[in-house]
Design a binder for this molecule. Sequence first.
Ligand code: AMP
Length: 406
Amino acid sequence: MKILILNCGSSSIKYKLIEMIGEQTLSYGLMERIGMHDGLLYHHFQKDGELKEKKMVREIPDYNTGVKLIINTLIHSDYGVVSDTSEISAVGHRVVHGGEKFASSVLINSDVRQDIRDCIELAPLHNPHNLRGIKACEMLLSGIPQVAVFDTAFHQTMPKWAYIYGLPYLLYQKYDIRRYGFHGTSHRYVSERVSALIGQPIEELKIITCHLGNGCSIAAIEKGKSVDTSMGFTPLEGLVMGTRCGNIDPTVVFHLIGREGLSLGEVVTLLNKQSGLYGISGVSNDMREILQEIKENNSRASLALEIFCYQIRKYIASYAGVLNGADVIVFTAGIGENVPLVRQKCCEKLAFMGVNIDEEKNDAAIGKESIISRQSSKVKVFCIPTNEELIIARDTKKIVQSLKGE
Ligand code: AMP
């Protein structure tokens, strides 16, 4: 069974075609600059046992054209990996916001599409594009089942005291204002994976997962279920991120409007796009560049790194409080998988809860599954590359098989 995974953003589409027998990636790629005359497609494909790349520049005025180009590329006689679209058994879509309606993945039908549309108010920058991808597939791959896998679904198990804000309760009832949490497929994947790696059922484990990429979030996971997470009503809450500010006193917003004369829209942009590592360092949102600047004695870059790691450490310690201790901590995503210095700084002063990092193992763990704690460490600490597409593919397969009564 071959499953196509689509992750549709505002002007980009990421895709992966997975053969579920052996969970093998046949092809993956990234389309950028949708809506422009010089749209780009970076297509990777397996041929004769080798991974090859094909880059294309095409006019991609809209989503339908984009999805059509991806499908035509996948079936192309030279750089395609299937001979016909009939070989694609199903499409799995990453959908950012499922609100309170979706606590798990679902087969897409007209009701589900409407529910995703209803969540646009909660994720205006994401859900409309996810819907565009779904619509394009319905047109171009008619009859092929499509499944929605939500970023928010994994966190729907949080107890009420973790997701209700200290606001008038009426606002939750009227406008659904509450903590939702994001990166759910990533937190789910690494928590399931770490349980498999240590050979202990997830139901017996207390896990803290740290997804540290351009967006960052932490989750407290008990018996395989999310019980708290740092992102909130939107992905702006929680940790300091690449360009997002994370937790701040809400009064700062009114101060910015009053003192800087900014409009509400400008404040939203400032908090989402001009803050975080970028805003503090003044140089970049990219951790690689921050590390380079630190080497060149840029004190603001050093401060950005200190703040970034300090916030993570505070969350880890507080989630140990939420879980009444922790058995495992996992680091994942671009920074969590690749930057030993960040992992080490995040785990400093956590000896009180039984965290003891092995420096050599930590330094060697770059982009690969590894344990980075000492044998004597009460809490096992891991680096695990995330694989959100695999979770989407597995859920899609399960739903399609149940459709067929298999
Ligand atoms: P993601 O959103 O998961 O793609 O992660 C993006 C972040 O990971 C950026 O801050 C990158 O600088 C950082 N990153 C990715 N690879 C590396 C690497 N090899 N070394 C340092 N940082 C990295």
